[in-house]
Write a protein that binds this ligand. Sequence first.
Ligand code: ADP
Length: 175
Amino acid sequence: MVRTGVYPGSFDPVTLGHMDIIRRAAHLVDRLVIGVTTNASKSPMFTLDERLDMVRREVDGIVDGVDGAATEIHVVAFDSLLMHFAEREGASIIIRGLRAVADFEYEYQMAGMNQQLNDDIETVFLMADVALQPIASRLVKEIALYGGEISRFVTPSVADQVRARVERIGRTVEG
Ligand code: ADP
């Protein structure tokens, strides 16, 4: 039986923290579906299509799977209840990353409610490498907006895209 996991997030932009979770998740499942949320409420820096392209480019080449077998990785958009998305994908697990205590309360509550929606799909929490744990997309954007160095937190190609976007935002604000 093919074991499928879904890993949902906004990925605005995808960071080295996300990539570490993706690599770890790929070890656990045969098929990993990365669900990129449309997330209109968060007014993202990148459009859904840009985020999909970015994540697709970054995961290209990840093959680590269970017992060395290649994991199929799909990157898809979703705009529904997470549990409905997981059911539609035939997933048996939902992957979430845990950073700090601050993440815990929200994640705990969400996992508990998802369990009541469908008790057959388990939420699995993974911790990123210690050095990558503090990384958050929101802070990457904030640092970039103030001209700080983001190359330790995202890949070079994502860093270029963030810088280009910040430059464009800057020009728009100036007139
Ligand atoms: P969301 O909008 O769902 O918080 P994010 O793109 O911010 O989406 O994060 C997606 C998932 O990745 C969440 O489970 C989040 O906790 C996890 N995550 C993000 N950054 C890290 C990190 N540095 N270490 C571990 N998990 C992370």
